[in-house]
Design a binder for this molecule. Structure first.
Ligand code: SAM
Length: 336
């Protein structure tokens, strides 16, 4: 198979599929209640891609070189019968890996079903261990215990678990060290994510970002760490190992050390629009094609055209001004 590459020679290897735009959390930096309130118009069911449509488009992406699929949302575990979709995806020949990103609140009773369906790994988002603080961040009354129980069940089910923590200045700076200590003890990889300027509703600016350098400096006061070589070209997280252990800690430096040059990721939002960048403003409507008479070959041709003409490198080019003025879609819609 010839490798499908874009204008900068980046191959298309990963696909993120958002299966739903709804979430049961209202994290203040992602889906603030003032905007995503009771009257917010989420997508009606018929606008979401069906499992059959997701399976078909996933197969076409895999035929064009995608090796890994990650399911996300919104909160993907709110999508009814998600294990049925995972079973379908797990049968796709050539697909090497299926992962899921979740807030973990519904994971404890889903973990085994997800694993049995063919899921390999799960990334659980958790921004604080302090109960009051975590509840104030997710603004939905869910305490960290419920997420920690989900993590525990996922491990017991045999899923590979990583924890993602978004760090925002003034929000959870004080949790950087306690989170590291807790997950080091648990032998689970924690990854710190720099707060990004996705969407229009999170009031982002550079002053709210705590960079990898700052987090690393703070951690270094408490832990000895050694750098780990990337597992593959284009690995997003920069990883370190706590000395004398097998436990790693990672950093997703989307703001301070962007990684557009090695970005191999395509994205499909819950309504079937394809985006080639998390910071894109416009997507290409594959739902319309999937619901038309178009053949697989014709749809593949469309994917080829989009990827081969791709030139985005938003994070490399980000400035305070571009972050302020560019129209961007919400993280909850495109899927983080
Ligand atoms: N509901 C799922 C979850 O919580 O993991 C999946 C979707 S959520 C949008 C995916 C990830 O994006 C979460 O870890 C969330 O914290 C992160 N996220 C949301 N807004 C962000 C931002 N502005 N900067 C960095 N990460 C963000």
């Amino acid at each position: 198979m010839t490798v499908l590459t874009d204008k900068f020679g980046r191959p298309m290897k990963d696909l993120r599929i958002s299966v739903i735009d709804r979430c049961n959390f209202r994290c203040t930096y992602c889906m603030p209640k003032e905007i995503f309130g009771r009257d917010f118009a989420f997508m009606p069911r018929e606008q979401l891609l069906s499992f059959e449509e997701i399976e078909r488009i996933a197969k076409l992406f895999v035929a064009l070189g995608v090796k890994k699929i990650r399911l996300t949302g919104g909160e993907p575990l709110l999508r009814r019968d998600l294990p049925v979709l995972i079973e379908k995806l797990a049968r796709i020949e050539g697909l090497e890996d299926i992962g899921l990103t979740t807030n973990g609140s519904l994971l404890s009773h889903m973990a085994q079903k997800l694993k049995d369906a063919g899921l390999k790994r799960v990334n659980v988002s958790l921004d604080a261990l302090d109960e009051t603080l975590f509840k104030s961040i997710n603004d939905s009354g869910v305490g960290p215990d419920r997420v920690l129980k989900g993590i525990q069940k996922a491990k017991e089910a045999g899923l590979e678990v990583k924890v993602n923590m978004v760090v925002k200045k003034g929000m959870n700076d004080g949790e950087i060290v306690p989170m590291a200590a807790y997950f080091k003890e648990q032998g689970i990889q924690l990854r710190y994510i720099e707060f990004m300027d996705v969407g229009q509703s999170n009031g982002w600016n550079f002053s709210k970002v705590i960079t990898k350098k700052e987090i690393f400096k703070e951690l270094s006061k408490h832990f000895e760490m050694e750098a780990v070589d990337p597992a593959y070209v284009g690995e997003v997280a920069k990883r370190y190992r706590y000395s004398g252990t097998n436990t790693e800690v990672g950093f997703i430096t989307s703001v301070s050390e962007s990684f557009c040059s090695s970005c191999t990721r395509a994205r499909i939002a819950a309504d079937g629009k394809m985006y080639t960048c998390l910071f894109a403003g416009n997507g290409f409507d594959f739902r319309e094609l999937l619901r038309s008479e178009k053949t697989d070959e014709e749809i593949k041709e469309e994917i080829r055209n989009i990827w081969s003409s791709r030139t985005d490198r938003y994070s490399d080019e980000r400035t305070a001004e571009s972050a302020k003025h560019k129209k961007k879609i919400e993280m909850s819609y495109i899927g983080g």
